[in-house]
Design a protein. Structure first.
Length: 279
């Protein structure tokens, strides 16, 4: 079931945000950069750009400022900027872009400021996107207290486990479905590059449909198998709550009962929560 992010955020955080604050939230992933602008606790607009580490400060500012203007948001209305990034080169570029274009300092999310107890052996190794996803999941779905698993279908498919007491426990990192599709194309001489989508039937009757079926339902089975194993490993009587986000989240959720909610804007919401926690 897909959820309305604004409705959930308004309910879970009612009264905690300064409704006059406009926040630019940026998540830099390996494939896409996602931008969102919040007015108080409402996500007004969002968009994405391809992740190209070679872009200069000036190139990024031209793109971002034009997109902000097209969304009808005056630049002067932006009060703060928060950033999560797994691409170090772009962390610096975007920070400089914001300083030059908006005359503001970027708040960069890391293990020290995420506001989440981290039980990883080396907390600095946890990706900022995984941390903000976990913060958002706790904020939106943490009551009643129960273990939560966040499945993010991105460049990599990640599973992040949050305990019923609100601690980040760790998780799993798997190859993303597009990486798997590229591997088939690159390593098998007669297999074409295919787009990954839910096929009409499980049994493929062409090479393309057979590959799509194997990729899609292979990932459904992977998600179900990992979530079942997590339930056994956690040995909890409180139940395990699973929220999914990312490109394939809705399609995979439609084929399994293991995923409880789909929240497309989970990362942006997590950025908003972390920024508010620190301000």
């Amino acid at each position: 079931m897909r959820v309305d992010a604004n409705e959930l955020l308004a309910v879970s955080l009612r009264g905690s945000f300064n409704s006059a604050v406009s926040l630019l939230a940026i998540d830099v992933g390996n494939t896409n950069i996602v931008f969102g602008i919040f007015s108080g606790d409402v996500l007004r607009v969002n968009w994405r750009l391809a992740t190209l580490p070679s872009r200069t400060v000036d190139e990024l500012w031209v793109l971002v400022s034009r997109l902000i203007a097209e969304k009808g948001v005056p630049l002067d209305d932006i009060d703060g900027v928060v950033l999560s990034s797994v691409v170090p080169a772009l962390t610096t570029t975007i920070s400089e872009m914001v300083k030059v274009g908006l005359n503001k300092n970027v708040f960069v999310v890391d293990a020290d400021n995420a506001g989440l107890p981290i039980r990883y052996e080396k907390p600095v190794e946890v990706g900022a996107d995984r941390l903000v996803n976990s913060v958002a999941a706790l904020q939106l779905f943490g009551q009643p207290p129960r273990p939560i698993v966040v499945v993010d279908f991105g460049t990599a498919t990640t599973f992040d486990v949050i305990s019923s007491s609100g601690e980040y426990c760790g998780g799993l990192i798997c190859p993303g479905v597009d990486i798997s599709a590229e591997a088939l194309f690159n390593r098998a001489a007669r297999l074409p590059m295919v787009s990954v989508k839910k096929p009409d039937t499980l049994i493929g009757r062409t090479t393309v449909s057979s590959m799509q079926s194997g990729l899609f339902y292979g990932y459904v089975a992977m998600v179900e198998g990992i979530l079942d194993r997590l339930r056994r490993e956690l040995q909890t009587d409180q139940g395990l709550w699973c929220v999914a986000t990312g490109g394939l989240a809705s399609a995979v959720a439609s084929e399994t009962t293991r995923i409880d909610k789909v929240c497309d804007e989970l990362t942006l919401i997590g950025l908003r929560c972390v920024w508010e926690y620190n301000h």
